[in-house]
Design a protein around this ligand. Structure first.
Ligand code: NZQ
Ligand code: ZN
Length: 388
């Protein structure tokens, strides 16, 4: 491993069927006013809302509710949360939901006490945070993003056709996370599959970079193998606890900052996927599955040894009698077969993307260059065409 890094993840994570019992202990650390952020109402149907409200009442907290956080949360919604957090001088933001709610809580956490609009300052200009940060804790109800234990936050501005993710410092990572895999049993099938592919692609984004021998690559191969194995079980039986718990834990580790240590990282599939999301508002994980096959076929020649390793170590491709190109290509064939088997979206046209949107998508795609090849705008356009 040749990279240098500082590693700090301050999140205390409680995992398992009884994890919610640990919320009471966590709440003791914070002042009396808690902003409870949640989505479109799934937590009321599943009973998680009642359980969380009881813990808050038992802890003597004053609760300020912020409901209706949509998937792919918007800047307008973020501004609403900031005003509420300021008016009530909240001591903790408790996010109960999936990645959207937790990302949202982080955006409010950094922006509420900012002297200017947080979207402009922290997402568009990525200025370092210079104001009070409201602590965030979360109760995770859907696995995929890893937001429960990372500093990422993604916001959408539909009027600007922009969806921007920003990774803040470790002071924005939620201070605690409650992860009970049983809570994910009720996640709709489409969202479960999107979450699985999201996590798979988080690993790919960090795996397909660099040429040095790096412990993270070995860890990621194990994470991918576990996710592939458990995904097949969970698709057949979403209430299989063992499979869902492994998926939840892989999703957390796929993006809790650990495997990125000492590595350059790619993130170009996410850049294209987010740009598609900005114009279609499609489900995040499916925007990734729609473009990943075309992207990796295109990148393969530039990072061939790693694609050979991906084929043999993750997919068990037999290298005997094959050229490196054939081995690598068999790996991508196996990946695509698995994607079709579990049922993720394979074509961007299924997400409502049309060719007249390509200009906006190309314009909205940040070209990062951390992987095996920095794309040009024309290459983004041809990957989009291939993905339709
Ligand atoms: O809004 P509610 O009613 O809660 O319904 C949600 C939502 O409709 C539902 N759901 C969640 N848990 C449920 C449930 N329904 C029934 N039972 C449950 N237990 O599922 C739907 C999707 O939820 P959402 O939070 O939108 O999904 P996800 O976790 O995939 O989050 C997506 C957002 O995270 C961002 C994405 O761009 C997108 O905006 N990302 C965040 C990242 C990060 N923080 O590091 C990285 C990712 O790459 C990603 O970009
Ligand atoms: Zn993602």
């Amino acid at each position: 491993m040749l990279g240098s890094f500082t590693y700090c993840n301050p999140c205390r994570l409680h995992f398992g069927p009884k994890a919610l019992d640990d919320l009471a202990g966590e709440l003791k650390t914070y002042g009396p006013v808690v902003m409870l952020a949640y989505g479109g109402g799934s937590i009321k149907k599943t009973g998680v809302y009642d359980q969380v409200m009881k813990a808050l009442a038992d802890a003597g907290k004053t609760v300020v509710e912020l409901s209706g956080v949509m998937s792919n949360p918007t800047v307008e919604k973020m501004r609403e949360g900031c005003a509420l957090a300021r008016e009530n001088d909240v001591d903790l933001i408790l996010a109960v939901g999936g990645g959207s709610v937790i990302d949202y809580a982080k955006a409010v956490s950094v922006s509420a006490w900012s002297d200017e609009d947080g979207w402009e300052k922290y997402f568009k200009r990525t200025t370092p945070i210079d104001n009070r940060i409201i602590p965030v804790g979360d109760v995770l109800t859907m696995s995929g993003t890893g937001s429960e234990m990372n500093a990422g936050s993604v916001l959408s501005s539909h009027s600007e056709h922009l969806k921007i993710g920003h990774v803040f410092g470790s002071d924005v990572i939620p201070q605690f996370a409650i992860v009970n895999p049983e809570l994910t049993f009720t996640v709709p099938d489409y969202q479960m599959k999107a979450g699985i592919f999201d996590a798979f692609n988080h690993i790919q984004e960090q795996y397909f970079s660099g040429t040095d021998d790096n412990v993270s690559d070995y860890v990621m191969e194990g994470l991918m193998r576990s996710l592939i194995h458990s995904s097949r079980i969970a698709v057949a039986d979403p209430t299989d606890y063992e499979a869902r718990s492994n998926i939840s834990w892989v999703c957390t580790w796929a993006l809790n900052t650990f495997v990125a240590c000492g590595k350059a990282t790619d993130w170009e599939v996410h850049m294209i996927g987010q740009a598609i999301g900005a114009v279609t508002d499609a489900t995040h994980g499916m925007t990734l599955s729609a473009v990943a096959p075309a992207y990796y076929r295109f990148i393969m020649p530039y990072g061939l040894p790693k694609f050979v390793r991906f084929a043999t170590e993750v997919w068990g491709v037999d290298p005997q009698g094959k050229t490196d190109e054939d081995i690598a290509s068999c790996g991508l064939d196996a990946m695509e077969a698995w994607m079709r088997e579990i049922g993720v979206v394979m074509h961007a046209s299924e997400l409502g993307l049309t060719e007249d949107m390509f200009d906006d998508v190309v314009k909205g795609t940040f070209l990062l260059g951390g992987g095996y090849k920095k794309l040009t705008s024309d290459e983004v356009r041809s990957i989009l065409k291939e993905s339709m």
